[in-house]
Design a binder for this molecule. Structure first.
Ligand code: NDP
Length: 327
């Protein structure tokens, strides 16, 4: 396992990390969540990702119980949460969601309780909040850092412009700006990471913890068969929006094309897809998700597979995908 600096910060994250969206506290039993975390940690993972909204707080509760049970040294891993949506979904009152000072302060306390930790290593603003000035959010995050409740703060799915606004404000008042962004990045979704952020990796030293490296499972090829697989993420009730987003005709065609390259290399498609994300030097860590232990075991082969992705292979993949982001 390689460890990469989170942007210009000195914090080093394992190149592969583990997230809990839709799985912990929802799709999978707690003993499977424990197996996943144990396998990950034993194989060098030092970062576990979470958010207040995941299973409406239940995902953090499950992760907190596992962290407590495993008794790993607190200084040997990094755990995150995200603030914005609250834990009540659409039932949230205005004070219970958003990036205003009240919710940020209360959400942080609540996440620490659920995760059973004294501080959060990484704390993300889960989306931009149009109802709060960016300076209020920057001040609130800076204060949490000075209080020792969080160590680094970042954003998720913010635009380059919003991230720069936060930095400019932080600079003006000598506050700590966002260290990292959590964007979607995979073979089927490339614009932000490859184009929009290209300047701010250099100017502010942005780190990235990228999500959905397998486009929710579409990049495993399992949705390319004649019949759709059952009991998978895209068949969960309420996930119709996600299915519409990722399981498009164009995407399935791209998946077919890169599958041929994977076969030629003697790799499985998910292994190739994860290794492809790892090849991008602006990716600090690839956050994996898994509903079964054997998925995680398989995806870990991406670490060794990286060596097979020579410049010729990368070029062939580029052609097969034919979705190079254009300026
Ligand atoms: P992926 O795109 O890798 O999807 C993971 C899912 O794909 C698994 O749960 C499993 O679902 C399926 N899968 C994974 N590996 C295999 C395999 N080898 N064979 C077959 N199926 C496989 O990642 P996620 O979407 O889970 O994202 C990773 C993490 O990123 C999340 O857990 C979360 O922490 C974070 N995230 C952050 C977001 C944000 O807005 N900041 C948004 C989304 C995620 P199944 O078995 O059910 O098909």
């Amino acid at each position: 396992m390689e460890y990469r600096r989170l942007g210009k910060s000195g914090l080093q994250l394992s190149e592969l990390s583990l997230g809990s969206w839709l799985t912990f506290g929802k799709q999978i039993k707690n003993n499977i969540a424990e197996d996943l975390m144990k396998f990950a940690y034993d194989n060098g993972v030092n970062f576990f990702d979470n958010a207040e909204i995941y299973a409406r707080g239940e995902s953090e509760i499950v992760m907190g119980k596992i962290l407590n049970k495993m008794k790993w040294d607190r200084d040997s891993y990094v755990v995150s949460s995200k603030v914005m949506f609250g834990t009540r979904g659409a039932d949230s009152k205005p004070t219970q969601k958003g990036l205003h000072r009240k919710h940020i302060v209360e959400a942080c306390e609540q996440a620490m309780k659920r995760l059973q930790v004294d501080y959060l290593d990484l704390y993300f603003c889960h989306r931009p909040d149009k109802n709060t000035p960016i300076e209020e959010t920057v001040w609130s995050m800076h204060n949490l850092i000075t209080q020792g409740k969080i160590l680094y703060w970042g954003t998720s799915e913010w635009s380059a412009q919003e991230i720069m606004e936060a930095h400019m404000f932080a600079r003006q008042y000598n506050l700590i700006g966002p260290t990292m962004e959590q964007p979607q990045y995979n073979m089927l979704h490339r614009e932000k990471v490859e184009l929009e952020f290209s300047q701010i990796y250099k100017t502010v030293g942005l780190g990235t913890t990228i999500w959905s490296p397998l486009a929710s499972g579409v990049l495993t090829g399992k949705y390319n068969g004649k019949s759709e697989p059952k009991n998978t993420r895209l068949s969960i009730d309420g996930m119709e929006w996600l299915k519409e987003n990722v399981m498009t005709k164009d995407n399935l065609k791209r998946v077919d094309n890169v599958d041929k390259i994977a076969k030629d290399l003697g790799l499985s498609l998910p292994v190739l897809a994860v290794a492809w994300c790892l090849k991008n030097p602006n990716v600090s860590t690839v956050m994996l998700g898994a509903s079964k232990l054997n998925q995680l075991e398989e995806n870990f082969n991406a670490i060794n597979a990286k060596a097979k992705l020579t410049s010729d292979v990368m070029e062939a993949i580029e052609k097969a995908l034919s979705n190079t982001p254009i300026k």
